[in-house]
Design a protein around this ligand. Structure first.
Ligand code: FAD
Length: 404
């Protein structure tokens, strides 16, 4: 078993680490200052455009896409350590490299399932970083962790489809640069097979009947840097029939294919978030004195740091093993491991960041450190892309099958 990075990964890691130090970390405060002066907090601060241009110039662009026709052509194993580095600044770095969710999953769907016209109209500007996109599946009215519950209707009417439904927590949709929604709804709600009732369709933001109604909060934040998480209403939204992605009834299968890579990408970035939290804790601990000792000299703080290091190493190995399996036996063959990391990583990283908050005292919950925002982001990943319990249920079922 070889644990070293190959030459291409090493080269990109070196470049990316320098880009983070020289460009991304200094831009964090600048982005916030610029956002405060924007007409709308949902507009993109100018510094983000500058970061994107520089990342593109340096070849740090579309690293997530394994298909060399569209992206960097890296394997999951090559991309994992790079995504981890971007996770250290999760509100800027993934966007700067055009590797941010939900665009990444949407680009994968278009690359894999879109027809030529759809790829030309939507994939090309997304790959160029000219527009953003959103994925609209979850609905306030039904338990959406079970996609068979989705109630949004996509009705065929002549050469069009008409979309009616209400979605919420649609990430990125508050950002006016988000020009396209991939909407999941039912084309055949009475169909016999509950996994063939759903379809996915492309809905341009400016189509009459699309209303981006409000920004849903995350623990009281509006999450401006992620383009928010919007409630979106589709009221008699008419789009050409050619906007359907793949075939009628194919939505469920596309959703499954989309979520595998998306889940591991989240876990890769979460490890970077945990590394940032540990780094901040160590810096704080050596520089702050309470009751005659630095925090670093307190056994309890040492335990937090040691436990965090042990956990991060375990998580990273599991992520890398999963990435390797995805490359060698495919996403289906890596199903158990993808679910395992999606359960293990947010849970553990929330704990690590929580200890980092504690070590920072009041500063930990403040806007002067990134920890509060990191904690909220990590916590939401126990829900987003499927709640922990749903993954636990299906992982346990596969495990139990061996004994039935
Ligand atoms: C910050 C954020 C961003 C998001 N971004 C998007 C997005 O871009 N697009 C999108 O479509 N959605 C998005 N979501 C929604 C997310 O995917 C859903 O919240 C998630 O799938 C759960 O669906 P639900 O909220 O309807 O919860 P429900 O389905 O109502 O489930 C509630 C709880 O029930 C429990 N539960 C459910 N099923 C089981 C089971 N089988 N066994 C045991 N317990 C169970 C779980 O604890 C679960 O948390 C986002 C959510 C958040 C918080």
């Amino acid at each position: 078993m070889d644990f070293s990075f190959d030459a291409r990964t090493e080269e990109l890691r070196t470049k990316l680490l320098a880009f983070m130090d020289e460009r991304v970390y200094p831009a964090e405060a600048v982005a916030e200052e610029q956002r405060a002066l924007l007409a709308s907090p949902w507009d993109t601060p100018a510094v983000v455009g500058e970061l994107k241009a520089e990342a593109k110039r340096q070849g740090l662009w579309n690293l997530f896409l394994p298909d060399a026709e569209y992206g960097a052509g890296l394997t999951n194993l090559q991309y994992a350590p790079l995504a981890e580095i971007t996770g250290r600044s999760p509100h800027l770095a993934p966007t700067a490299l055009n590797c941010a969710a939900p665009d990444t999953g949407n680009m994968e769907v278009l690359a894999q399932f879109g027809d030529e016209a759809q790829r030309k109209q939507w994939l090309e500007p997304l790959l160029a970083g000219e527009i953003r996109s959103a994925f609209a599946m979850t609905e306030p009215e039904v338990a959406s962790s079970d996609a068979t519950n989705i109630e949004t209707r996509i009705r065929r009417d002549g050469d069009s489809y008409v979309v009616d439904g209400r979605k919420w927590y649609i990430s990125g949709a508050m950002n006016p640069d988000c020009k396209i929604f991939i909407v999941m709804g039912k084309t055949d709600p009475d169909g016999a097979d509950i996994r063939r009732q759903q379809s996915m369709i492309l809905v341009p933001r400016d189509t009459p009947g699309v209303e981006v109604r409000r920004a849903m909060q995350v623990y009281g934040y509006e999450d401006h840097s992620h383009g928010g998480h919007a409630e979106v209403v589709f009221d008699g939204v008419r789009v050409p029939a050619s906007n359907l992605i793949g075939e009628e009834g194919g939505g469920f299968a596309i959703a499954q294919a989309r979520l595998g890579p998306g889940r591991i990408h989240h876990c890769m970035r979460l490890i970077g978030m945990a590394e940032r939290a540990v780094e901040l804790t160590c810096r704080r601990a050596v520089s702050r004195t309470a009751f005659g000792k630095t925090l670093a000299q307190q056994g309890v703080v040492q335990n937090w740091i040691a436990d965090a290091r042990v956990t991060i190493e375990q998580l990273r190995l599991l992520v890398l093993k999963t990435a390797w399996l995805m490359d060698t036996v495919g996403n289906r063959g890596a199903h158990t491991e993808i679910q395992a990391i999606k359960i293990a990583t947010p849970r553990a990283v929330v704990e690590i960041i929580d200890k980092a908050v504690q070590a920072h005292g009041a500063g930990g919950v403040s806007q002067d450190f990134p920890l509060a925002e990191l904690w909220a982001s990590a916590r939401t990943l126990k829900l987003a892309d499927g709640p922990d319990e749903v993954h636990q249920r299906s992982l346990a079922r596969r495990e139990l099958k061996k004994y039935l």
